[in-house]
Design a protein around this ligand. Structure first.
Ligand code: MN
Length: 350
């Protein structure tokens, strides 16, 4: 890791997929992994590793997630980050049982709002919710936005193998659309019925499995007709859109062909093409993908107003990446949108 700090820029750098965890949640995960209370091989494998303390990376991540004060702000300063938009780290409350998830989501949002109140110019945050209870989740979105000043919603992909394409979850979409706040669809480890061939070769995590599972989740939401029902809803995908921008041609072509074939009851005609929803109902962040060609391609195809900066702290912390993105060969106007104004507009930041 370089020690070089990015220089002052003509824009504020707002990082939009940054993680935190209250110490109490780390303790819950420690208990859950020790007792294997959930039959979820991805969660048990990943969190046993981080919590074992056996690697410098694991220790850095746990420290970075739980510190909301000096270390976090110092790392932001060292990387030239003016503001972090914080999310409860994956899988958040979604791995818990229903009652604990509902209760802990509220506690965590209170804790986050408290930290933001101590650093109002440096931190903003998204509300965690428990999809296990969609009506309680909708109420928590309302409370988080109107009472705690949170700027959107974090959903860490599937909940015990269930996907938001199921209409039983759609109160969550209704609440977000009504309050005009975005939902960040963030990865978690693939569910038990998907993970085995990934886990056995080490591809289950951020290297590939996260993107595969979360990209599929976003496609399920699109093909289920969520955006025909909630046309103003905005969602966010990290990691350069979990590769979906690169797939748009094939998604449109094969969606039309599959609908025509009438092979699946679950794939019905939509009002727009899959790529239209990606261009009109999604924003994309470059978390974990400090790669100029991918940023440019996505700006060109999805829109320069829809691609935002993210670092993915503390999982990815590298000031050199900021320096590389500062140097991208794009217009000053496009760079300011990327680092600052797309985020201030979408999240209604000060
Ligand atoms: Mn992340």
């Amino acid at each position: 890791m370089t020690q070089q700090t990015p220089s002052k820029a003509a824009y504020r750098r707002i990082a939009t997929e940054e993680a935190f965890a209250p110490r109490e949640m780390i303790d819950i995960y420690r208990r859950m992994t020790a007792d294997k209370v959930i039959d979820d091989p991805g969660f048990n494998s990943m969190w046993s590793f981080y919590l074992s303390g056996s690697s410098a990376r694991g220790r850095f991540i746990i420290d970075g997630l739980t510190d909301m004060e000096h270390q976090r702000i110092a790392h932001m300063d060292a990387a030239g980050i003016d503001m972090q938009v914080l999310s409860l780290t994956s899988p958040g409350v979604q791995i818990m049982d229903r009652a604990e998830a509902v209760s802990f989501a509220g506690q965590s949002n209170d804790w986050l709002a408290d930290a933001i109140s101590r650093h109002p110019t440096r931190l903003a945050g998204l509300a965690a919710v428990a999809p296990q209870d969609p009506q309680a989740a909708a109420r928590e979105i309302q409370r988080g936005v109107t009472e705690l000043g949170l700027k959107g919603v974090i959903i860490n992909s599937h909940t015990h193998g269930e996907y938001l394409s199921d209409p039983k979850f759609w109160d969550i979409f209704e609440a977000a659309q009504a309050l005009d706040v975005p939902i960040y669809l963030h990865p978690m480890t693939p569910p038990k019925n998907m993970i085995e061939p990934l886990l056995e070769c080490g591809l289950d995590g951020a290297i590939f499995g996260f993107g595969m599972e979360t990209g599929m989740h976003a496609l399920r939401i699109i093909t289920a007709g969520v955006f025909d029902r909630f046309p103003k809803l905005q969602m966010i995908l990290g990691h350069m859109g979990e590769a979906l921008p690169f797939w748009m041609f094939r998604l449109d072509y094969m969606h039309a062909a599959t609908v025509r074939s009438e092979r699946y009851d679950s794939m019905r005609p939509l009002q727009r093409k899959p790529s239209d929803y990606l261009k009109q109902n999604f924003h994309i962040t470059n978390s974990g993908m400090a790669w100029e060609p991918a940023v440019k391609f996505t700006q060109e195809q999805i829109g320069v107003d829809r691609v935002m900066y993210a670092m993915d702290y503390p999982y990815q912390y590298d000031p050199a990446e900021v320096i590389a993105l500062d140097a991208m060969d794009i217009s000053d106007e496009a760079k300011k949108k990327f680092f600052e104004t797309n985020a201030t507009r979408l999240f209604k930041l000060d």
